[in-house]
Design a protein around this ligand. Sequence first.
Ligand SMILES: Cc1cc2nc3c(=O)[nH]c(=O)nc-3n(C[C@H](O)[C@H](O)[C@H](O)COP(=O)(O)OP(=O)(O)OC[C@H]3O[C@@H](n4cnc5c(N)ncnc54)[C@H](O)[C@@H]3O)c2cc1C
Ligand code: FES
Length: 285
Amino acid sequence: MFKIVRKQKLAPDVCLFELEAPKVAEKRKAGQFVIIKLNETGERIPLTIADSDPNRGTITLVVQSVGKTTHQLNQFSEGESIQDVVGPLGKATEIEGCSLAVPIGGGIGIAVAYPIAAALKQAGVEVISIIGARTKELLFFEEKMRTVSDKLYISTDDGSYGVHGFVTDILKQLLESERVPDRVFAIGPLPMMRAVCKTTLDKRVSTVVSLNPIMVDGTGMCGACRVTVDNNTRFVCVHGPEFDGHEVDWVELMKRQRMYCSDEKRAMELFREKNAHRCGGQCHD
Ligand SMILES: Cc1cc2nc3c(=O)[nH]c(=O)nc-3n(C[C@H](O)[C@H](O)[C@H](O)COP(=O)(O)OP(=O)(O)OC[C@H]3O[C@@H](n4cnc5c(N)ncnc54)[C@H](O)[C@@H]3O)c2cc1C
Ligand code: FES
């Protein structure tokens, strides 16, 4: 069992959990993730290790409620435990050959961009970060990103904070006006990562994306996380999650992401019905 030692609400539907997981905390590197199972009958879901503290033996996960399991997890409280946490999984972020990097996090992708920016900074790379969200209240980790960045730019779609527009608007300006970075890291919703790749393709700037397909076993055996990169089949859980964004087949990936939409909707409806019986709906936001 993996005990939750700290829980913090970061934004509507987004919670941070610090979990006791000493072995994972000791080994994990930026870019890696865990697969968790809440209880005996729970579904396995992948979550990025946003941070760790080997001295305390803890890892930090940031979770956005999108379906049944993420809603269920975000209702867990400090002191409660998660049944299984497997990891660290996936390959670590490649940092070599980088002197100026631009990590970009959109929405929940900010939680994934943070450890990448931190590892770059620790390796002595100059880091210019961009974070964005639909609106101000959905932004989080601003101060944490600031501490690991030489410069931090912020955008909101509605202009409620930072630059009015998308992260790609800031990136376009950066690519025009400042030194061209050796590498851009883009993490966020698929359309955002795809838009970043389109922006950097013209300038031929190496662009790494962290993909988040559906996963089941996390060991390269089931094929659920299959993606096509440079016309080759790759399993995100073992070959990724980070890939050259200019080589990803985005159309196929978006189609595969929607494959289980009706099952996921049904699972969420059943979860809400069951929850309403137990607590009269009091536990929903
Ligand atoms: C390597 C990796 C790292 C990840 N890191 C994080 C993280 O740090 N924090 C976090 O909140 N989420 C992260 N995710 C996404 C997270 O795993 C999914 O949101 C979760 O599995 C959804 O489970 P669910 O039962 O709540 O929702 P489901 O019922 O499975 O899905 C509900 C809705 O969410 C969409 N969805 C399902 N899976 C994903 C996905 N993988 N990415 C985007 N949308 C999805 C579905 O299309 C559907 O609309 C990561 C995914 C991967 C592969
Ligand atoms: S999750 Fe099964 S092969 Fe990657």
